[in-house]
Design a binder for this molecule. Structure first.
Ligand code: BGP
Length: 473
C-alpha cells in the first residue's frame, strides 16, 4: 500500500555558504581554505571562485521572499566558520554571527524551518596554518567550541542541525584526489584525517545533547549505494567491498559507533590503519545522532578489479561532456563500471531514482534511524529563453525521486524531510557556474560578471505544487 508523506514533512531545498554567499572578507570574515584554494591555477573550473558567487550575503531577503512564494517548509544552509571566528577560535565576530541570526529570523518570519549545517567544507585558513586543520586532533576542541557558539546563539530558533556535510567527500577529495583543499594525495593520512572527523562529529553530537539544546542533530552522508554489475559472485563480492569500504565505513560509525570489520581488515592489511587513542572507541560509541542526513545523487555499479593490472583510483568527469569519465577503483577490491540499465548526466552521474529507495531501505534495516534527505538534485546546463527556464529534465529527475521516497516510506522507512540541491543556482566546487542545480536561475557564468538576476525556473512552479499537495503533485 502506498503511504502518503507525513503531515509535517519538511519540503525543503539546500545550499552551502561558500557556494552562494560571496563577500569573503566582509564584516570581519577572514579566509577559509577554499578562499585560498580556488586561487591555485588549475584547481577549479576556469578559475571560477566564490568571491561573488550569487551574492546571497547581500540578497538574502530577496532569496527568502522567493522561498516564501515557493512555499518552502525548510531551508538548509551552512555557516561559514570564519565569519563567526575569523581565526577559527578566540573572540566571536559579532557581525558574522548577526548575518546568520538575521537570516534565521527572516526564515522564521516566513514560516520556513531553518536547517543549519555547521560545517560545509570551509575551514578557517588560520587553523590550516596553525596545525594543518583536520590532520591534527587539535581541531576537536576548536570545532566543538565553534559549534557550541552556534547552539547557544540559535537555540530555540533552530531545531535541525547538521554536524558535518559529506565527511566522505571532503576527506577523499582533500587527501586522496587532491581536488579539494589541502590538495594532498596520501591514503594513510586520509584515513587519519577521517578518524579525526569522526571524533569531531561524535564530540559535537554529545555536546548538543549535553547542553540540552531543543532539537535534533545528525551528520549528512553522501550515500552512493553500491550494486553488482551482474550475478557473477566475483562482481558481487566487489560490490560488497565497495559498500563496506565506501559506505558502511562512515554510516556504521555514525549510527553504531564502530568501524565495519571488513574495512578495518583491509586497512590493516594495506598498512593504512590510523591511530586510535585511548578513549576514541568510547567517544564514538557514546554519540547518538537523532537522524542521519543523506545526500543522494546516484548509485554505483561495481565489478571485480584484478590485483595485477587493475584500474586505480581515477579523476572525476568535470568536463560536462557525457562519457568523458574513466573507470576507477582499487586493484583487488572493486572497480566502478558504467551501469547500462540507467541513464547518465553530462557529468556521468548515473540517474537512478530507485536507488534512493534502496538506500533508504538499507539504512532503515541496518540502523533503524530516521533519515533526512539533505541533498538530491540534477546538475545540468540551463538556458533561459525570454526570461523563462524550461527545465523539464530537472522536473523529471526530482519527481521520480520524490515518488521513490514515497515508496521507501511505504516500505517502512522513516523520512523526515527532503531538501533538493539546490535552491538557487550556485557555484559548483569543481564545475564552476555552468553546472546548475537550482529552482531559481541566477544570471552568473564563467566570466563571473553576470547581472545576478533571479529567474524562477519551471521546476520552481512544479515544486510549489508538490509542496501544496504534500507530495502528490
Ligand atoms: C555535494 C555537495 C554540494 C554540491 C553537490 C553537487 O557533494 O555537498 O556542496 O556541490 O554535491 O556537486 P557538484 O557541484 O560537484 O555537481
Amino acid at each position: 500500500v502506498l503511504k502518503g508523506f507525513p503531515a509535517d514533512f519538511l519540503w525543503g531545498s539546500a545550499s552551502a555558504a561558500y557556494q552562494i554567499e560571496g563577500a569573503p572578507f566582509e564584516d570581519g570574515k577572514k579566509a577559509s581554505v577554499w578562499d585560498n584554494f580556488v586561487r591555485i591555477p588549475g584547481k577549479t573550473f576556469k578559475g571560477t571562485n566564490g568571491d561573488v558567487a550569487v551574492d546571497h550575503y547581500h540578497r538574502y531577503k530577496e532569496d527568502v521572499a522567493l522561498m516564501k512564494e515557493l512555499g518552502l517548509k525548510s531551508y538548509r544552509f551552512s555557516v561559514a566558520w570564519s565569519r563567526i571566528f575569523p581565526d577559527g577560535k578566540g573572540k566571536v565576530n559579532e557581525p558574522g554571527l548577526k548575518f546568520y541570526s538575521d537570516l534565521i529570523d527572516e526564515l522564521i518570519a516566513n514560516n520556513i524551518e531553518p536547517v543549519v549545517t555547521i560545517y560545509h567544507w570551509d575551514l578557517p585558513q588560520a587553523l590550516e596554518d596553525e596545525y594543518h586543520g583536520w590532520e591534527s586532533r587539535q581541531i576537536i576542541p576548536d570545532f566543538v567550541n565553534y559549534a557550541e557558539t552556534l547552539f547557544n546563539a540559535f537555540k530555540g530558533r533552530v531545531k535541525y542541525w547538521i554536524s558535518l556535510n559529506e565527511q566522505n567527500v571532503f576527506t577523499q577529495h582533500g587527501w586522496v584526489l587532491a581536488t579539494h583543499p589541502p590538495g594532498k594525495k596520501d591514503m594513510k593520512l586520509f584515513y587519519q584525517v577521517n578518524h579525526h572527523a569522526n571524533l569531531v562529529n561524535a564530540a559535537v553530537i554529545n555536546k548538543f545533547h549535553e547542553l540540552n539544546i531543543p532539537g535534533e542533530i545528525g551528520p549528512s552522508f553522501a550515500y552512493t549505494p553500491n550494486y553488482s554489475i551482474d550475478s557473477n559472485p566475483k562482481n558481487v563480492l566487489a560490490a560488497e567491498n565497495a559498500e563496506e569500504i565506501f559506505a558502511n565505513f562512515w554510516m556504521d560509525v555514525y549510527c553504531q559507533g564502530v568501524y565495519p570489520i571488513v574495512a578495518l581488515t583491509y586497512l590493516k592489511e594495506n598498512n593504512l590503519m590510523f591511530d586510535m587513542e585511548e578513549g576514541d572507541e568510547e567517544l564514538l560509541k557514546s554519540a547518538h545522532p537523532n537522524f542521519l542526513g543523506i545526500n543522494y545523487y546516484q548509485s554505483s555499479a561495481n565489478a571485480w578489479n584484478p590485483i595485477n593490472g587493475g584500474v586505480q583510483i581515477g579523476e572525476m568527469n568535470t568536463t560536462g561532456v557525457k562519457g568523458s569519465g574513466g573507470e576507477q577503483g582499487i586493484p583487488g577490491v572493486y572497480k566502478k563500471v558504467s551501469n547500462p540499465a540507467v541513464d547518465r548526466t553530462n557529468w556521468d552521474w548515473e540517474i537512478d531514482p530507485m536507488g534512493i529507495r534502496i538506500a533508504l531501505r538499507r539504512i532503515t534495516s541496518r540502523y533503524r534511524i530516521p533519515v533526512m534527505i539533505t541533498e538530491n538534485g540534477l546538475g545540468e546546463y540551463d538556458k533561459p529563453e525570454e526570461s523563462q527556464v524550461h527545465d523539464d529534465y530537472r522536473i523529471a529527475y526530482l519527481s521520480s525521486h520524490v515518488k521513490s521516497i514515497q515508496e521507501a516510506i511505504s516500505d517502512g522507512a522513516s523520512v523526515i524531510g527532503y531538501h533538493t540541491w539546490s535552491y538557487t543556482d550556485l557555484l559548483s566546487w569543481l564545475n564552476g557556474y555552468q553546472k546548475r542545480y537550482g529552482f531559481i536561475y541566477v544570471d552568473q557564468d564563467e566570466t563571473m560578471e553576470g547581472s545576478l538576476k533571479r529567474i524562477p525556473k519551471d521546476s520552481y512552479y512544479w515544486y510549489q505544487n508538490v509542496i501544496k499537495t504534500n507530495g502528490q503533485e
